[in-house]
Ligand binder design. Sequence first.
Ligand SMILES: [Zn+2]
Length: 283
Amino acid sequence: MLQIADRALPATTITVLGQLQALVDAGVDYPARVALAKKHWDGKTGSVAKATAFQSIRTTLDKMCVGPRRCAYCEDSLADEIEHILPKDLFPHSVFRWSNYLFACGPCNGPKSNRYGVVTGDTVSEFIRDRGAAILPPPDGIAGCIDPRSEDPTQYLELDLGGTTPDGDVLEGTFNYLPAYDLAAADLARADFTINVLNLNREVMRLARESAFTGFRARLREYVSEKNAGAGEQRLASLKNGVLGSSHLTVFSEMRRQRQILPDIAALLEQASEAMDWLLVRT
Ligand SMILES: [Zn+2]
């Protein structure tokens, strides 16, 4: 997971979002605002103005995707659902807030749904609203899930790519997400919570990231080999775009970050040091 670069919405879309949010905020109390959030979200394409606004939101979210319209969380599947980072059923005051949106896939968005945790001391407590219980807001505090719109997930998470230890042992990577090294306890709890809620280490993703690693290494080899053979700027740009147009760009980001323990990757990046600066996120 990588931090997404922000983009501005058209002014007319911001106006429509503001109007919808005001309708929700006008609810007399929290349960009323929860009900209004659902009503207006379900009716968000009920007029030409609203449908146009939401079409522009989808277009803008598409441009913000990491990789070829890939889900912001798993980077594997087609992103086609507007995901509320803070769940809309729990945070009616953020249901029409632009910075609360990103493009995700169904398999990530569905299970996350209303799962929400809040940092409590050194842990993350999950807030569960039981069916039939009073509709109360979640407690104040820092959200358990890392927000790729406003935070850099690579500060919290790293991928286990394996590598060579200082003693020369070669370890196989699991391609699982792990909490980054040396995190403070509360950040460690957020990293664990995020991996768990988004099910980032489901077997199919682990295998996909392993395959992406092999693919990126092959692309880098090709780039270095053609560069050394004197390929022109246009050809090298096309090879670079092949990397940037791939899924699982976090794998490439981690290959760069962990190159000291990946000798073959370090050797390639030494010969193509410009690849260290390639922007992985569209701006
Ligand atoms: Zn996904």
